[in-house]
Ligand binder design. Structure first.
Ligand code: SIN
Length: 290
């Protein structure tokens, strides 16, 4: 690796250890993800435990909480400690407006999220984070894992010259790109927003490479062919650098809470023609800071 890449990795791996008093935190990899134990989401969590979960979230970006037995109300109560609940858009025809069903029909040709992305980046104020609670995994099959990538490190491992170029650019995120054959309700307004290519995390003040293959359409400051080539290179970073990623294996009762501001995820569809089912709650984020 180049010296700037090594320096970026070392800045993460040599951080002083974090101390927790009320929860267990076991990193999934040195750079992303942690399994959290000692938490029962069916109960209201004490303030100290919530503060420790929040600290672990900001440090590891993706938290995995296993063996949870929760209702929609428990799910939303836990989520609401971290931000304002985000209504599902387009609104579900029935049921709770804050719960998105992540459901694979038998023998579906594709599934939502089967590609690197962060949730809702075409919105003017993209989502802070999402919490997916899986209750059914593909029967007799070990598939349906989700991959996550650390987009702070994705940025920090780029060469200084490329980082300087990106710092002055924006990108257009177009919700229409992610529809891929899905026809939304007639009154759905497809979101399209322009965001800095590099944004700063509002809570940790670390830079993030903020483009993803599902939503990012173009870099308006560049010629179309330049924009296509640079976006292809940047959107492929999570796939090209496995060390940025972790792979989470689900079991019924697993809840994963991820930070949409600094990670991308990819739901693997390696269980055709079987099914998988979960419920997701998302949180509103604020304006992005470039
Ligand atoms: C999503 O993209 O939010 C779905 C993730 C998953 O199904 O694992």
């Amino acid at each position: 690796m180049e010296s700037y890449e090594l320096a970026a990795v070392a800045a993460v791996t040599t951080r002083p250890a974090a101390e927790y008093r009320t929860i267990g935190v076991a990193p999934v990899t040195p750079v992303i993800g942690a399994e959290v134990t000692g938490v029962d989401l069916a109960q209201e969590l004490p303030a100290e435990q919530l503060a420790e979960v929040k600290a672990a979230f900001l440090r590891h970006h993706v938290l995995v909480l296993r063996d949870q037995h929760i209702s929609d109300e428990d799910h939303k109560r836990f989520a609401a400690h971290f931000g304002e609940l985000r209504p599902v858009n387009p609104a579900p025809p029935e049921g709770d407006p804050y719960i998105l069903e992540i459901s694979t029909d038998p023998a579906a040709a594709n599934v939502a999220g089967n590609g690197w992305h962060a949730d809702g980046t075409a919105d003017e104020e993209p989502s802070l984070g999402s919490m997916l609670y899986i209750s059914r995994i593909p029967e007799g099959n070990s598939g349906g894992d989700t991959l996550f990538a650390n987009m702070h490190l994705a940025y920090e491992m780029l060469s200084p010259a490329l980082r300087t170029l990106l710092d002055g650019l924006t990108a257009v995120h177009d919700g229409g790109l992610a529809l891929k054959g899905y026809t939304p309700p007639a009154d759905y307004v497809i979101p399209v927003s322009e965001h800095p290519l590099v944004v700063w995390h509002p809570e940790t003040d670390r830079p993030v490479l903020y483009v993803n293959g599902a939503y990012t359409a173009r870099i308006p400051q560049l010629a179309p062919d330049e924009s296509d080539a640079l976006l292809r290179f940047l959107c492929e970073v999570p796939a090209r650098r496995p060390m940025l990623t972790c792979r989470i294996r689900w079991a019924p009762g697993t809840l994963v809470f991820w930070d949409n501001r600094c990670t991308q995820h990819h739901a693997l569809y390696d269980y055709y023609p079987l099914t998988r089912y979960g419920r997701r709650v998302a949180l509103n984020g604020g304006p992005l800071k470039g």
